[in-house]
Structure formats: structure tokens, C-alpha cells
Design a binder for this molecule. Sequence first.
Ligand code: ADP
Ligand code: ZN
Length: 737
Amino acid sequence: MRIIVSSTCQIVSVLVPVYVDSSYSYRVPNGPLDTEDGAAPSKLVAGQVVKVPLGPRSVLGVVWDDDVAFTDNNRLKDIEHVYHGTVLSANFRKFVDWIAQYTLAQRGMVLRMVLRGEESLLPPKPIKALRLAGPVPARMTKAREQVLSVMEGGLAQVKADIVERSGVSASVVDGLVKAGTLEPCFLPAPALVATPQADFAAPRLSEQQEVAAQQLRQAVAADCFAGLLLDGVTGSGKTEVYFEGVAEALRHGKQILIMVPEIALTGAFLDRFEARFGVRPGEWHSGQSQRYKNLIWRGVATGEIQVVVGARSSLMLPFRDLGLIVVDEEHDGAYKQEDRVIYNARDMAVVRGHLSGFPVVLASATPSVESHNNALQGRYSRIHLPDRFGGQSMPDIALIDMRANPPEKGHWLSPVLIEAVNETLEAGQQSLLFLNRRGYAPLTLCRTCGHRFQCPSCSTWLVEHRFRKQLVCHHCGHCEPVPPACPACGQEDSLVACGPGVERIAEEAASLWPDRHIVILSSDLIHGVQQLRTELELISSGKADIVIGTQLVAKGHNFPAMMLVGVIDADLGLAHGDLRAGEKVFQTLAQVTGRAGRHTGQGRGLLQSYAPDHPVIAALANGDREGFYTYELEQRHRAMMPPFGRLAAIILSAEDREAALSYGRLMVRAVPRENDVRVLGPAEAPLSVLRGRYRFRLLVATPRSFSLSPWLRLWLSQCPKPKGSLRVQIDVDPVSF
Ligand code: ADP
Ligand code: ZN
């Protein structure tokens, strides 16, 4: 950083979390910047968090590494405040710059994913609470007694907790304060997460696991970048193995980030961590309170918190001395953020490790084709666990050819699948019926006039959700009640549901097995992480006989009694034009059938398919993972698609169809000449209307070696500024294309 120090003051560049790419210059006044310990006014250093005026507001910002723009001293504004507690490391600042550079996002928008409010920068405040003080009040009521029993033991508690635990109204508690029985006090600021113990309860690893763990320990001890693909079949014990890498990083005094898809952040996972390391890790996901998140943010920045387990956005936490990132279920689509800064947290985790010089472990039973190929090419080291832990065998997978075994009319379970569920029930075991489609039916139409229900603002059909009695758009969330008559022809009782969703499967299962405990798991029927955890525990405990679910149940869970997985529609998704369709189907079905027989016995997977000869379905049925990857890589190679080529998608959207399309044509005319680049389109985007906006797409395809982002930037700089409602979104390395 070239900081200018004139005779009177220092000038620094500050990056602010707004929609701009460049940093701004500010003057550092001499007065208010004294350090807390009363030392002489310090010079600011890059990475320090500050508060600065920006237009009419004050915003947080970070002193950045950019050269200071040489401006007139006297016209610069002053920095208002410096927060001494946290400094973003040089490597982390490079990481922010890198993401912006690669994704073409504004640096300010990337910083916005990092910074939180002021509270995260200040030492946590003590918490107001109440404790037992005086004598038992003269007038006792039942409610008062309940409060006193909650306070038994004398520990101070937060008022809201007392109210909740005793089940009385807040006024009862207030009354006891007035009576002098309870008195206000302060709880010390909550202790941050305690330090995990590397050797708290190390497991006995199998021979195969030990070899893998040793590779991880060595990579961590080497203290430099390495990409490691932990490729182990479902139930091979990947978690136990990467925990050994975590333990080694703890021994070296490093911080560790374990990333998981949000849905895998279950109580069971945290319990496992606690059993291994003696304490719970810091948790980072959307279900956490802002208060807790502020504590975690500050704790990782100061180094007080050693391990965080988090969803996608945890990658942007400002760890002080990170020494390992594990990306569990690395193939999962949830790592891709699709709005604002469009980035893949899996890929960016590798970049973070690269910039800072520490290993990154990508773990999966079904690695993405990209990661698989990176391992084949030697860019990552592959750590392989080919067998399940404890001698468990992989589930037997069989196809049900639906052309030969059709279900009854209007039903979706074939006789073979019904019979298999019966057998499983008789053996006292659990079955899972999987269909990756929420709601009751994907299409509703009028049998009198043929009217179909379409979303008013998207080019999609409305999905009937019978439990909620609504028709819902799965893209924008629009919903409307199911009408009693067709809105087009007025005919009553004429609407029919076409095709199945999980709710319809649940209805069918309930009529087939009326006395059984059936659980339906679908994201729109689950309200929040807590409820999901409860439902998952119910399944793990073996109390549910039949589970019916969407991809919510496919991921990472351990259901000990689960012995049969029936896939209602194995072909679902294969027909998508999307080049990644085959990969997604393979991953989802390998994962979901992998829930069967993890602990005892021989698990079974049954795939209902109308296309049993499709290479992806055949590979699944034959348990031929390598066959799948070989097939998929051949397809990609032929089309020069990732990982053999690079792609970027440019989505143009506007309220006016013509505006979006003509801007796309304009962009095509402005393409800089470059032999290595092909620009396709503009074509209607896969969702051609979304939330009332018309969408067109340009696809940019280049060889792998081509440096795409700078070229895209050049191109965009030569295009006219978008006007009106027109929006240009750039998706480098799109997941679907
Ligand atoms: P994966 O993530 O590879 O599907 P898990 O890590 O969930 O597999 O392990 C599968 C099951 O085997 C879990 O119940 C886990 O506790 C158990 N397990 C794996 N390795 C060991 C070990 N070394 N000792 C004891 N139990 C193990
Ligand atoms: Zn819609």
C-alpha cells in the first residue's frame, strides 16, 4: 500500500461495501484515532476496519491496499472511527480482490459479503438477566411457583428464557422483580466457543481410513496449498477421516473451516463433532441469530474461535489464521450462489487455500466431474475410500423397467416397488420413497377446455400444493388458491392434476399402508433448521416406517434403520437440455440410494425408469462409478464443455422483451475479435420469463487455457451502458448451461 503521509495527515484508500469497484481516499485525522492503550496516534494499516462518511451516510469500510488517488488534501473527508479489534489479513484482502476479478463483481459487493454491522466489531456486551434475590413473596400463585422452580439452583437467567421455560406471561416475572424476589443483574459476555481438543476421542480407523487420514495429516503439517479430493463411497467414513485432518490443524494451532450444504448442518453432525473434539464448533448458517453470528465473526477474526462449521457464506468469514478448509459434499449445487456476486464457494475455497497457502479438502461420494477430472490430471491428490466402513456392503441397486411393470392408472408406485416396501415393513425396517419434486402435481389442467395454470410472471406452470391448498410457482413464489371452477371455461370440478409430486406419493403411500408411520420431508413443508433437525432425528431413531422425500433427504444423513430406497422417477432431470443433467441425476441417485444399509444388513435401491438403457441409469444400476465418469468426460470432451473448456453465461433481463433481446444483439456486435472465443446467442434463457422479466442468454465458450475474465471485462467495457430496467448478470462457470 502506498499511503501518503503529508506533514499533517495520512491519506488511505478505503473499500466500502457498496456497488462500486474502486476504493475511495480518506484523510486520517490526528485526533480521534488514539489507540485504546493511550499510545501515540497510530498510523492506519491496510486491513483495519473503519467508519467513513459516504454521501449522507456513515458506512463501515476497510483500509485497502490500493494506491491512494492523488487528490487535493483539503477536499478529502475524514475517517470517523477506527475499530482496533479486527484486521483483515493481507491474504484475505487478496481473496476479496480475486473473487471480484474472477466473477466480474464489484469489489465493494464482495466486501459486502464479508462485513457485518458495527456490533461484530465491538467486544460483546454483558447481557441483562435476572437472579433470585430476596425472600419468597408473601402472595404465591401457581404462576409464581413455576417461575421460582425455573430459577431453582440460583443461576441468573435472561428474562425471555425464564418466561419461556416457566410458561408464564412476562408480567408474572415483572411482578416478582417488583416484589424483590428477583433482581436484575448482568451475565458475563457469553464465552465464545470453547477450544476443540485434537485428541479428545480419536476413533480407531480402519486400515483404509488410516492411510487416507495419514495423507491428510501430512498435507496439513506441510503447511502449504494442496487440493485433496477425498473420494469415498457413501458410508465409507469420510467424516471420521477428515476429522483427522482437522485434529492435525488444531495441533498446529490453526483455524479450520468445515463447509457443508446448509441442509447437512444437522444436530447429528454437530453431535459427532462434539463426540470427537469435546466441544461444539462455531456454527454459521441462516438459522443463527444475528447476535450469535456477530460473536462468531469477531471470534474468528480475533482467533478465539478455532473451528467453524458453516454453510456457503462461511467462506467469507475473516479467519485470522486459517489452516484448513474442508468442503463436504463438494458436488452439491448449494455451494453456488446465484444472486449478487455469482460464485461457487467450492471453487473459491480452493482459491482461498491457494492464496493463503493451506490445504483444501473436497469430500464427496459423488465428486463433481470437474473435481474428478482435476484428480485425474494430477491437479488434486485423490484420497480414495472404495469400501464402506465396518464391512458393510454397498446397496444392491436394481432397475424397475416401468414399461414392463406399469403402476395402476393414476398411481406411481409399480407393483415391484410396493412389494419391496411390504417386505421391508415386515422385516421391521425403514423405506424411503424419493421423488425430487415438491408439491402434489407439477401441472394442473382443465379437462373440459384444456386450460393450464401458468405463473402470471414466469414462463412456468403452477405446481399444486394440496396440503396448502394452493397453486405455487417454484421460481418466483407466486401462489394462488386452487379455484373451485376453471377460470377459462367456468366448468366446475373439471381440474385435474397431472404427474406426481411428493405430496401425491405420500397420498398413495397412505392409502397403501394406512397403519404405518409415514413421514414426508419436503422443504416447503419444513419451517427452519430446527424443525428439519427434529424430523431427521425422528427418522434416525427408526420411528418412521416410510419416509417420502425430495432431495432434502438425499444428502449426507445417517439413517440406521433405512434398508430400502425406492426412486419414483429415476429419469427425472435426464431430459433437461442442460449438459450437466446426467451428472446431477447420477449424483442425486447415488447419494439417495446410498442411504440404504449403512449400518447393518444389505441395503437395496430400486430405480423406476422408462429409460433403463440410458448410460447414466445403466451406470447406476451396475454400480459402475468409473463408467459414469468416463462416459460423462467423453461427452464433455466432444463438446469442448467444462472441464475441457470454459464457459460464461450472460443473462440479460428486462421488463420489455425487445429491450433485452436488442441489447443482446448489440453485445454480440461489440464482441472483441478473438479466435479462441465463441459467443452463442442471444437465445431465450432456460427460464425465458422470470418474475415478470424477459430473459435472454449469451453463452461464451473458450478453451480451458483461455483467460476468460479479463476478456469479458474488455468486452463489457465496449458495450453501451444498460439503460432502464435492463440488467446484465454475468455467471462465470455456470452450473447449468
Ligand atoms: P460418509 O460420510 O463417508 O458417508 P460417515 O463418515 O457418515 O460416512 O460414516 C458412516 C458411518 O460409519 C457413521 O455412522 C460413522 O460413525 C461410522 N464410522 C466410520 N468410520 C468409523 C470409525 N473409524 N470408527 C467407528 N465408526 C466409524
Ligand atoms: Zn413465477
